[in-house]
Design a protein around this ligand. Structure first.
Ligand SMILES: [Zn+2]
Length: 382
């Protein structure tokens, strides 16, 4: 493999680094990387890897660009809203470096397709935002002996490591043998995330990829970096391989991919999505608000900051976080419809109030987001 004169100009700041040089740049060019997710982490990872001259980049994403992505997913622009993330990302990468071969996998990574996709790449980078895909990525990488460059983010905190049991060190399951119960760890959509945070964590991941490609430096294998943006500090934990790990331990029991939705306790989609007897629709919530004679009160269990962004007129706020103190202001014999942003926290509030003896409770499916979509377009979505 040779570098053209144009490539020599493009990569000159690499070429003059003794740790890279012509040989190192050729190694980077010969490397292929699969990026799972073209979102917050995937944006800086793919952009920097393309700029650095990684020869082949694969992108797995089936989603479309949403307005709420733009605050951190810098590979997409305002005019890309509504487009496929993969296609939007590919355009950006081509403009950064047309010499990079970009392959799109516009599918949801699954137990059926993961091995077939991953086997064509040297290195895999985890830019996912959910536990089933994270365990799936980990397992597929261990089975195929591919380094898995891990990163995750939440609010102001992030973490990163390199999982590669075939090169030493643990896998993701050694660190987290069990997924958290569903709903325990809020997603970025529920909990929020500082826009620059995926930039920092994604750049750590991209750095580890380049070091692996070059065979230089001390990798994050066997180490977990913890970053806190509010305190602006980095901490490091030593990670050990768990000899009992069901995947990479001494007597592995997982020898093929499993059902990751089930493993993470996520129930299969109900046949009839309105089947939950504890739920009502936003149309029913509107009826309750319009017709006081029904005697149904509507309450909002989001947090005050969210209420300030958007609320439904006349609906009082009882934040879930203070409900254990505030519920005494509510009447256990009254009928309540409870809403939140999307319908997850309202079900938690319903469960809590039911335990306190409240009898007539319903959770509003889809929350204020569904209200904004179906009832009142003047209510902003966030
Ligand atoms: Zn393991």
């Amino acid at each position: 493999m040779e570098l053209s004169n144009e490539e020599i100009r493009r990569y000159s700041r690499h070429l003059i680094l003794p740790e890279v040089g012509l040989a190192g740049q050729k190694r980077i060019k010969a490397t292929s990387v699969l990026c799972i997710g073209a979102g917050g982490l995937g944006s800086p990872i793919a952009m920097y890897l393309a700029a650095a001259g990684v020869g082949r980049l694969g992108l797995v994403d089936f989603d479309v660009v949403d307005f709420s992505n733009l605050q951190r997913q810098i590979i997409h622009g305002t005019e890309d809203v509504g487009r496929h993330k993969g296609e939007s990302a590919r355009d950006t990468l081509r403009s950064i470096n047309p010499g990079v071969d970009v392959t799109l996998h516009s599918v949801r990574l699954s137990s059926e397709n993961a091995l077939d996709i991953i086997k064509h790449y040297d290195i895999v980078v985890d830019g996912t935002d959910n536990f089933p895909t994270r365990y799936l990525t980990n397992d597929a990488c261990v089975l195929l002996k591919k380094p898995n460059i891990y990163g995750s983010i939440f609010r102001f905190e992030g973490q990163a490591s390199v999982f590669a049991p075939h090169l030493g060190g643990p896998c993701y399951r050694c660190l987290y043998p069990e997924p958290p119960p569903p709903g325990m760890v809020p997603s970025c959509a529920e909990g929020g995330v500082l826009g620059v945070l995926p930039g920092i964590v994604g750049c750590i991941q991209a750095t580890e990829i380049l070091k692996l490609a070059l065979g230089k430096g001390v990798s994050l294998i066997g180490r977990l970096v913890l970053f806190n943006a509010l305190d602006m500090n980095f901490k490091e934990l030593k990670l050990r391989r768990d000899p009992q790990c069901p995947l990479c331990g001494e007597n592995p029991t997982i020898k093929e991919l499993i059902d990751y939705e089930q493993f993470c306790g996520i129930p299969a989609e109900p046949v009839n999505p309105t089947a939950n007897p504890d739920e009502v629709t936003v149309q029913e919530m509107k009826k309750a608000l319009d017709d006081a004679k029904q005697g149904i009160k509507v309450i909002d269990v989001r947090e005050p900051d969210e209420y300030e962004i958007a609320h439904v007129k006349g609906v009082p706020l009882f934040p879930l976080s203070t409900l254990p103190q505030k519920f005494t202001e509510l009447d256990p014999n009254m009928q309540y419809y409870i809403h939140c942003k999307s319908g997850v926290r309202s079900l938690k509030a319903l469960k809590f109030l039911r335990e306190q003896g409240f009898k007539y409770l319903k959770s509003v499916k889809g929350g204020i987001s569904a209200w904004a979509d179906e009832i009142d377009h003047n209510v902003p979505k966030y």
